[in-house]
Design a protein around this ligand. Structure first.
Ligand SMILES: O=C(O)CCC(=O)C(=O)O
Ligand SMILES: [Fe+2]
Length: 241
């Protein structure tokens, strides 16, 4: 799909197991109550856990990723394992990231709805590199053009993508009417890397679907290269290009 890539076994099974076990000890997640947000006038808890880590220097300067919430959570210095994975991605793909959002989906009810990533703080043309750990979940893309054309009644062909699996009854049963609206579905599995390019993020919305099937906890590491740097008090001090 456009400029994205899905690499199933970026980390070997044992390596992915070790990374997940280490992160369970190292990462401190924010309280879900601190991440409450308003939707349609109602205050709702975020349906996943989050934590922010990255390049925090000796003076407390850190990469600032304004992702759209009212509250800018603190960015902690890399843990040993997060830095290790960041370095591995840089070695293998050439993408050097200075920031990661760790998402934890405890069960199938935890999810992230359709959205595109806010890019105002991204280094130009940089991708989002996502490592998946734990339970397999469905990552779904829907083209913004198609969502629009649904309103205008015009049809738009979905793009063909490599490694993009379709659900079993994709487009067949009435139940999967929703699936017809989705262009591309990846079953993001333990140890995989999804590189979402800037053009994909611009042309598509993405989500991690809810599921009613039993599923293991999933942790995703969403690495980004952030150009906006803030000081310890949260004031923007520089923009690196
Ligand atoms: O958990 C994932 O793989 C996706 C998370 C995501 O889309 C985001 O944090 O913006
Ligand atoms: Fe996202």
């Amino acid at each position: 799909m456009h400029d994205s890539r899905y690499i199933t076994s970026f980390l070997a099974q044992e390596e992915a197991d070790r990374v997940l076990a280490n992160l369970n000890n190292e990462v401190v997640f924010l309280d879900r109550d601190s991440l409450k947000f308003r939707i349609y006038g109602k205050t709702t808890q975020l349906p996943r856990d989050k934590a922010f880590y990255g390049d925090v220097d000796g003076d407390g300067k850190y990469p600032l990723y304004r992702y759209g919430g009212d509250y800018e959570p603190p960015v902690h210095p890399w843990t040993r394992t997060l830095r290790e994975v960041r370095d591995l991605i840089a070695d293998k793909t050439g993408y050097l990231c200075n920031h990661v959002v760790v998402n934890r989906y405890i069960d199938g009810a935890d999810h992230i709805g359709f959205h595109h990533d806010k890019t105002r703080d991204f280094a130009p043309d940089s991708p989002v590199c996502t490592i998946s750990l734990g339970g397999t979940r469905k990552l779904v893309f829907q083209s913004k053009k198609k969502a629009k054309s649904k309103k205008s009644g015009k049809s738009v062909e979905p793009e063909k993508a490599e490694n993009c699996v379709k659900s079993k009854n994709w487009g067949k049963s009435k139940k999967s009417k929703k699936a017809k609206e989705e262009d591309c579905l990846y079953e993001v599995q333990h140890g995989s890397l999804f590189v979402m390019g800037p053009r994909t993020n611009m042309a598509y919305k993405h989500k991690i679907m809810k599921t009613s099937r039993p599923c293991e906890m999933r942790v995703s590491l969403t690495f980004r290269n952030i150009k906006t740097i803030a000081d310890g008090s949260g004031n923007i001090v520089e923009t690196v290009n």
